[in-house]
Each structure stands twice: as structure tokens, then as C-alpha cells.
Design a protein around this ligand. Sequence first.
Ligand code: AVJ
Length: 365
Amino acid sequence: MAVAGHSSGFAPIVFVAMSETIYPALFSAVKHDLWHAAEPSIWSLAMDAPQEDPAQSIMRTLWDQPRWLEAYHLYDDRGAELFEKICELPEYYLTRTENGLLERESNRIIDAAPVACIVELGAGSAKKTVHLLKAQVAQRGSSIFAPIDVSLPGLRASKDFVRIHFPQVEFHGLHAQYEDGFSSISRDLPTLFVFLGSTIGNFNPASFVRFFSRLSHAMGPRDFLLLGADRVKDVDVLERAYNDSRGLTADFILNIFHNINRLTGSNFSRDKMRYDSGFNRQWAQIEMYAVSSAMQEIVFSSFGASFRWPKEDRILVEISRKFDPLRLQQQLSFFDLTPMAHYTDAREWFSLLLFKKVSPEFAKT
Ligand code: AVJ
């Protein structure tokens, strides 16, 4: 039989490409060559790996109706710094409350989730994860810890922190968006995925469904998910957390336009806009807006595009959805994530929810 290239009678010579990189057990074998170590212990996606172009994302949502933005654009270096400061504000109860829960419950959580690896989505500087790592090292002696974050300084800080305080822990930082990161994690390695701070609150309903479909798909049969979710509560408490007296939240939200100017060549100007926020009861979400303070023309020089931004017109920069934990547990069960535990504080302001991945056939019985 004549097959091109094999018809000459010679045995084909096979060249095996020898890769220099030794990949950790963290990565699934089919995905690992998408990654390279940009610096020790910090991995980046290869240039040609399929990745969303941030500028493209901005243009798409700014031309939507209403105009809005994906929350990850908030976290340039300055944005990540401002967010760290927000976490210390007296009005911003989320971080403190969740941290208290983690401190109290980490031993039980780790006991309930027998894993060899902790993957944290959006760790920032990983301060809150201390309690989980402590419990993991105490119970199992060692662990892999792999934060996934779009902020490089955050990953570096996390790496230094882990090296100093947890020398037994094998650290791999993944510099990527969440979905690009978790879809490369091996399903064979028992893993606890950790998604804290109520960052799920940033997802609109469509992104929420896409995120959990993909996360659940990326999880193996021995994997767990720990989710931090801010709860529906008194409107004044909620609104004060997103409209602090020092104006840090306003700085954080409007700083996104610096990043957008950089990425798209646009001419947004901080003194032609103001911050406004409020709780939308029907959607159970805080909505954070940039409001135009004058009729203006926004020009995107990298795209040859522009729009008029009339006075008082709003761009929805961020949403922060608030949850009912029982309903959230039910909803996630339809993504093959079965509830294992629910931890909350005395005021019932914040919930930590632990889920286990179940195989789809099992989930329906
Ligand atoms: C990081 C998304 C959890 O929604 O509370 C804080 C972001 N925005 N203040 C939140 C945020 C304004 C924060 N998350």
C-alpha cells in the first residue's frame, strides 16, 4: 500500500524533541507544553497559546448595551495595590470575616478534603491561604500550592511568602486568567480548588455558568472546591462596603481607565468622570459605575474607533453579586459539585462552602 513518505522502503527516522523543561505533576500531560517558566516557579502561557486579548475584551464590552467591563482589567499593578488597601478598610467586612472563618475552620476543611495540591484562583498575595497551608502541612507534611493570578507582583509576593513560611510546600505560580490556568491542571492529582473573597460575585449570569461548567470539567474525581461567598444582607452595610469614606473604592474603580487607556490607546480622563455605586435588589448585586461628568468623545487610537460619552451616561465597571448560600449550593449541584460543608460567621454575613466533584451519573441518583 502506497502511503506518502513510507513508500521508499526505508524505516522512517523519528526525531524525538527533547524538552529542557521538567514539568511538575500539577500540569496535565496534554496541556503542559503550553507553559514555560518565565522565572523560577512562575509559569506563563506560551505566546502562541490561545489566550484572550485584553484590548479586544475591552472593545467588545464597551460597545455592548449597557457599556460594561470585565473585572480582571481592574488589576493592573496600581489596581492590585488599591484592592489590598480596600481589604483593610473598616467598611469592607468581607476580607476580615472570611479570614476569621478560615482561621477557625481550616483544620476541618483540610481534614474533609484529602488532597495533595491546593490551587488558588486569584490569590493576590495569598495572605488568607496561610490557614489552609498551615493545616495542610500539619496534616500531610507537604503539598503543592499553585496560585493562578493575572497579577505578577501578587504571584511573586505569594512565592516569597510561601518560601519563607512553608519550605515544605512546592510552589508553582500560574500567571494567567483563571480558566486558562485551571484547564491545564491534572485531573489525576487530588486537588482542592480555592476561590475566596467572593470573587465569584464579579461574574454576570452568563460568565458564572461558563466559569463553573469549565471548572467542573477541569476537576478530577478526587477534587474539591472551597468557595467564599458574600451573603445578601442589610443594604446599608453592603452599600457602605463599596462607598468608603476615604474614597479608595472610587480610586480603585476609576483606575481601570488608566489600564484601558494603556491597552487601547483611549483618552478616558479621570477628571471627566465620577464614581457611583448602589445595591440593585432585584439582581442582588452592588453595581459600580463610572459616570460621565461632561459630554465627551472617547477615541480608541489603537482601533480607529470612537464613541460619544454623554454627561450622566454610565459605564458598568464592576458588579459584586451577593448570595444565598443554600441556593448557591443547589445551583452548583447542577454542575456536578456536591455540597460537603457550610461554614458561616455569627452575623451570617459571609459563607465558606466546600464542594466535592461527583461524576455526572452519580450526581443524578
Ligand atoms: C475582589 C471581587 C471580591 O466585589 O467585593 C471591592 C472587588 N470592588 N471593592 C468585591 C471590590 C470594590 C471585590 N472582589
